[in-house]
Design a protein around this ligand. Structure first.
Ligand code: 5CA
Ligand code: ZN
Length: 409
């Protein structure tokens, strides 16, 4: 699949700091000091509806991770998937009486447009589940042949007991795992499973559903977790720097994915940090396609909202916090964007060297965007109240806000 066009990331004077970020697996901060190429995998959308503010907030967090790395003069190797075949997508296509392939293509195209408008950096590899199937089949065969997976009425399940490190991403207890498994695509109550938590690796072809050649597995389609693992191992290998997604992916998705990868390779851990963004709510409930309480990026754009203001609205919250989308969040962002633009449009201003360092410090401190925004607010306030004589300052502020926050002033 093709991704979307990259916006320029201006180079800033000096060098950024190494990222200290919260790792779900260890429950504490880790300092990530990758080599010259940092490696990140971010779970992509299931394209059956348009990009909402929750998605946008999650992708914003991982865009910032990359901007911090780029500012340390590293390259970034970024991989993202599209879950372009899965139960919710097929169910929506049946509900709306449309072709599932067309639905996935349409919503993926809209997602690309939204990401471009929001200046999110594109992945180098943007891979659909369907195109990953030829790589998934041999992995499932290997798991089965090594005894880490078993067959149940033609379906293949992963045995969570095969990974001695199972449970070390979420650190959830069995009861919570079981509950979340039922809620998020698993089938803990299916009779005949070795462990209720075992997730499906390969689903044998069902009447009326699409299926693909699975070699010795028979025709069918892949499970959700092995999809991301196959893509990540293919393009990043083991021990990559960040596995990212929203906090609803901690269990089962990232737990199971890590177990698949660790069992396949015998290496641990799959990722140096498991990083999760908080959930964005609307009217007191998590924004979700299945509930339908959504604010779409594309709708706001159609209504004439500047994408830079949408981005500032996302940045006004700390990525790990759960927060509520309200009209006021957007109004504040629109107003702030106006103030910042007015401040950088003057020919000179107060020195911005300290501001650049403040931005770097705030972002490297577990992506502390509220502190970063407050620092720019202070510079803009000083500019408005007193002005300054540094001719390079407005340009430097504009470049720093673009490079580090992805906001074009
Ligand atoms: N295709 C899978 C990942 S492989 C999937 O979860 N797709 S999704 O479309 O449901 O979600 C895409 C990303 O947005 C995930 O990282 C998910 O955690 C995140 N996300 C979904 N809803 C919200 C929300 N309300 N707030 C924040 N992030 C969200
Ligand atoms: Zn995923």
């Amino acid at each position: 699949m093709h991704a979307w066009p990259a916006s320029e990331v201006p180079a800033l004077p000096g060098k950024g700091r190494d990222l200290r970020i919260h790792d779900t697996a260890t429950g504490g901060r880790v300092t990530l000091a990758p080599g010259p190429v940092a490696r990140i995998y971010v779970c992509g959308i299931t394209p059956y509806d348009a990009t909402h503010m929750g998605h946008a907030a999650t992708y914003n967090a991982f865009d910032l991770v990359q901007r911090v790395w780029l500012d340390t003069k590293r390259q970034v190797h970024y991989v993202q998937n599209v879950t372009d075949v899965d139960d919710p997508l097929l169910e929506r296509a049946i509900r709306d009486g449309i072709d599932w392939v067309g639905l996935a293509e349409r919503e993926t195209a809209l997602f690309r447009e939204d990401m471009t408008a929001l200046r999110m950096l594109p992945p180098q590899h943007y891979i659909g589940a369907v195109e990953a199937i030829p790589g998934i089949v041999p992995l499932v065969e290997r798991l089965r042949d090594s005894g880490a997976a078993y067959e149940l009425d033609g379906d293949i399940y992963f045995s969570v007991e095969a990974d001695p490190h199972f449970g070390q991403v979420s650190n959830y207890d069995t009861e919570l795992m079981r509950h979340l498994s039922a809620e998020r695509g698993g089938d803990p109550d299916r009779p005949g499973k070795k462990n209720p938590l075992d997730p499906m690796l390969w689903m044998a072809a069902r009447e009326g559903e699409p299926s693909w050649d699975g070699g010795s597995l028979g025709p069918g389609r892949p499970g959700w977790h092995i999809e991301c693992v196959a893509i990540a191992l293919d393009h990043l290998g083991m021990g990559f720097d960040v596995q990212g997604g929203g906090s609803d992916l901690i269990f089962p998705h990232h737990e199971m994915g890590a177990s698949h990868a660790q069992t396949l390779t015998g290496e641990f851990p799959m990722a140096k940090a498991y990083v999760h963004a908080g959930m964005v709510a609307l009217h007191g409930e998590k924004m979700s396609k299945s509930k339908g309480n959504l604010v779409f990026v594309s709708k706001l754009r159609r209504d004439g909202v500047d994408p830079a203001a949408i981005r500032l609205a996302l940045l006004s919250h700390r990525y790990r916090d759960d927060w509520e989308w309200t009209d006021e969040v957007l109004e504040t962002a629109v107003e702030r964007l106006g103030r910042w633009r007015a401040a950088v449009s003057r020919p000179d201003g107060p020195s911005a060297d300290a501001l650049v360092e403040e931005l770097r410090e705030a972002l490297s401190d577990d992506l502390d965007t509220p502190t970063a925004l407050a620092a720019v607010d202070r510079w803009a306030e000083l500019q408005t109240a007193e002005g300054g004589t540094d001719e390079s300052a407005p340009g430097l502020v504009s470049r720093a806000v673009d490079a580090l926050l992805g906001v074009a002033l």
